[in-house]
Write a protein that binds this ligand. Structure first.
Ligand code: ADP
Ligand code: GLC
Length: 488
């Protein structure tokens, strides 16, 4: 525990337990709890999306005024409750016109066209909330492009209230930058002098993440490797030079795992609980999974699982290229995901064609847990991966990851080495069909031919610990640096 107790405002566009499309939600639920456990005073704020039932929340009496530049002042409702499993307060910004929709960022027709106004509104409301609650933050912790305007907002539009607050921006995914028509500067209301190529301007448009990187007192990303990668042309999505210029205050901190959520020994969503010393339970989970997906129920066949967004990032193009060849081997494959339509269609057709392949298109937390538990191996051949949580969850479930060596995948997975009895998965380097195919084949062969080493590796993986407390102590060190920069 650090000696100084900090007031921390943690703002995120999604928080697990309330609204989730990916790993950001997992982090936004777990990191604040870990910080609180270290003695800090943390509040979390997110939008109240349509699906979050207000009947389960407490409404605060007065509305919140949110200045929206040339659009005038909008009035938001504020709800609150406790973050599940903690006594930490989470607040919800309620504004029907922006958040009363089926999706978080998009619907079937694509991204919402007013995402700029929606998340600038949320960013401003999160700051206003502090005044409303008489909460004086030492740290404003923003996440991804949605809240990336907060560092500058706190120092300009809201300067009076936040002059001693340092801001930290965590980049969970550099691909999404919040790129909009420049007129939104009039809504942001920080002054057009900030619309230049060193701050918010990029190709004559507003780039919220870029501006956030310029103004945050510290920038973090979610693995060490990714912190290096985003400074290169291959992974920088056009911001590599900008990030290099600010790299002196960029830090990589690996995400942890909420083991209350993701442990086969406690998991209520799986067929049978198990641990590294009771792997028979894992076989029951495998049978249940095969049954659920209508696959042949067999203990002696290698079963590979995939859970994730069907996005290029996740290597679905590579999977699509090798899947038939893999299914010709003695293996079963199950996939859970949603996203790119071409992938949903291609994998959908394949599930009718092949008896050893099954697919669930959609989002299902229970199935995600069941796939982690019931599979022997977990496939995650991402083209880039800032951290990646699924491969770390897989380790705890004894489901050995097959990954590409990028970002957090490279930081967390070490190749199987039979001679030295080491490793926790199977890793390849080049983003090619050959590399993926031969690595999957190697994993399958290891499953059949190196049974003892394979099981020893499963047990080793299950005993690894990726602690949120370690990560939180890393954030503490970064907060201290950010405060030093802000307060001198
Ligand atoms: P990303 O944030 O890039 O999507 P991560 O590996 O960090 O990748 O986190 C993904 C999280 O979302 C995991 O908790 C995973 O279980 C969950 N997830 C992704 N797709 C689905 C799905 N279709 N159904 C259920 N959970 C999913
Ligand atoms: C992003 C990244 C993923 C990371 C997650 C949480 O969505 O794609 O790699 O694990 O954020 O930080």
């Amino acid at each position: 525990m650090s000696d100084k107790k900090l007031n921390i405002l943690f703002a995120a566009s999604e928080v697990a337990g309330f609204a989730k499309t990916g790993g950001l939600a997992d982090v936004a639920a777990a990191l604040p709890k870990a910080l609180k456990a270290r003695g800090h005073n943390v509040i979390v704020v997110m939008p109240r999306y349509y699906k979050i039932d207000p009947a389960k929340l407490t409404k605060l009496p007065a509305p919140l005024g949110v200045p929206m530049g040339i659009m005038g002042e909008f009035w938001a409702g504020v709800y609150t409750t406790k973050l599940p499993g903690s006594d930490l307060d989470i607040y919800f910004i309620d504004y029907e016109e922006y958040f009363g929709r089926s999706g978080l960022y998009e619907d079937e027709r694509g991204a919402y066209s007013d995402n700029d106004n929606r998340f600038i509104f949320f960013s401003k409301a999160a700051l206003q909330l502090c005044n409303y609650l008489h909460f004086t933050p030492d740290i404003i912790h923003a996440n991804d492009w949605h809240t990336a305007a907060m560092p500058l907002l706190a120092q300009t539009r809201f300067v009076h209230d936040f002059r001693y607050a340092a801001s930290v921006l965590t980049i969970h995914n550099l691909q999404h930058q919040g790129n909009f028509y420049k007129g939104v500067m009039d809504v942001l209301e920080v002054g057009w002098e900030h619309f230049n190529s060193h701050e918010f301007e990029s190709h004559d448009r507003v780039n919220l993440l870029k501006g956030g990187i310029s103004h945050a007192d510290a920038i973090t990303t979610v693995s060490h490797k990714y912190a290096d990668e985003i400074q290169t042309h291959e992974f920088g999505f056009g911001l590599e030079n900008h990030i290099q210029a600010h790299a002196y205050r960029l830090y990589g901190i690996l995400n942890g795992v909420d083991y209350d959520e993701w442990s086969p020994a406690k998991d209520e969503l799986i067929a049978k609980k198990y641990d590294f010393d009771s792997l028979e339970g894992k076989l029951e989970c495998k049978r249940a999974l095969q049954k659920h997906f209508g696959l042949e129920v067999r203990d002696d066949v290698a079963l590979i699982g995939f859970v994730g967004r069907f996005a290029e990032q996740k290597g679905i193009g590579l999977i699509a290229g090798v899947i038939r060849g893999i299914l010709d081997l003695n293996v079963q494959v199950v996939m859970l995901g949603t996203g790119e339509k071409w992938a949903e269609n291609l994998f959908g057709a394949l599930s009718h064609e092949r008896k050893n392949f099954a697919l669930h298109v959609g989002y299902s937390d229970a199935l995600a847990h069941q796939i982690e538990a019931g599979s022997d191996m977990f496939l995650m051949p991402s083209l880039f991966e800032p951290c990646g949580l699924n491969q770390i969850y897989s380790l705890r479930y004894g489901t050995l990851p097959i990954v590409r060596a990028t970002g957090g995948l490279d930081d967390t997975i070490e190749n199987f080495d039979k001679e030295n009895n080491s490793g926790n998965g199977f890793k390849f380097y080049d983003a090619t069909l050959e590399a993926l195919y031969y690595t999957v084949r190697w994993a399958i062969e290891s499953y059949y031919d190196e049974k003892e080493s394979f099981i020893a590796m499963q047990k080793r993986a299950m005993q690894q610990h990726f602690s949120w407390d370690d990560a939180a102590s890393g954030y503490e060190a970064v907060y201290a640096k950010a405060l030093e920069r802000r307060r001198g």
